[in-house]
Design a protein around this ligand. Sequence first.
Ligand SMILES: Cc1cc2nc3c(=O)[nH]c(=O)nc-3n(C[C@H](O)[C@H](O)[C@H](O)COP(=O)(O)OP(=O)(O)OC[C@H]3O[C@@H](n4cnc5c(N)ncnc54)[C@H](O)[C@@H]3O)c2cc1C
Length: 304
Amino acid sequence: MAKVCDVAIVGGGAAGLSAAILLGRCRRHVALFDTGAPRNQASRAVHGLLGHEGRAPSELLAIARIELARYETVTPHSDLVTAINRSGSAFLVTCESGSTFSARKVLLTTGLIDDVPCLEGIERLYGRSVHHCPYCDGFEHRDQPLAIYGSGDKGAGLALMMKQWSSDVLLFTDGQAPVSADMAERLEQQSIEICSEQIARLEGTEDSALKGIHLKSGRVIERSAMFFSTGSHQGSNLSETLGCRRDDKGGIVTDPVTEESSVPGIYVAGDASRDLLLVAVAIAEGAKAGVAINRALLREDGLG
Ligand SMILES: Cc1cc2nc3c(=O)[nH]c(=O)nc-3n(C[C@H](O)[C@H](O)[C@H](O)COP(=O)(O)OP(=O)(O)OC[C@H]3O[C@@H](n4cnc5c(N)ncnc54)[C@H](O)[C@@H]3O)c2cc1C
């Protein structure tokens, strides 16, 4: 038989934990599901988060889970949510383990998964000296020789932007879509060279710093860090099967005040809605969703 709760939160990263703390403080019965694969798990340090500069991502979440433990109405479950279906005025949440839960409201905080370029040697360097987000990691590589990886004008746009962090920027299109003539001219004005040759592999040092980019031609180009622009996709298809509307970037459309999706009763916070993809924003959206859900429940119970 399904266990009954007020709110099911699917995803226990920054957004989900933030909402769970808010709802726990409201004494709501919350079932929090998580499979333990936050988007930044490859990274060594969180940057740009007030009060936590340089903290390991795993440590940040561990602290939040300790803080959450004082709210006895919140129950964490290490389980994958495989289906969510409407059932009368509630939602039936089904987990991989076979457990089922009936929840009055659902919050999806399932995050995004990055499309990391398919380059030999990248795995050991990703999150250390190969990054996707200049706001997260640009400062740590300031004034270094930078490689930008990306095809077409998207890659070129990132290369232009990276001039803010270093004067030595080189764009690698890896034999893929070329840059438009307009963009090529802008790159030239900024002294950014384009390398359109195919990449064979990335070479790193013992401590995962990028050292060189080996081209298929045999040429090796020394670089200290790489930033790429290959995109990301939803970490779960639950919103799709529920019928939540997506925008043209693949983000789940939400109300900017309540974080509710186009499906009443289903809320979305954090990276999944593709606002700014930062921990601080995920925490803020989780808190907003927590308050909005509590208000909706108060209204339904004649208390709001
Ligand atoms: C390499 C890297 C470095 C980064 N560095 C920074 C930085 O320095 N500063 C910064 O502000 N931001 C950084 N970010 C961005 C940051 O990671 C995200 O903004 C943040 O993790 C978003 O939090 P979230 O809770 O929305 O999603 P996530 O942290 O991705 O959490 C989603 C959770 O949902 C779980 N999940 C998914 N589907 C299911 C399901 N069906 N059932 C149960 N659980 C599920 C996953 O296992 C995961 O634990 C970085 C990102 C990357 C990739």
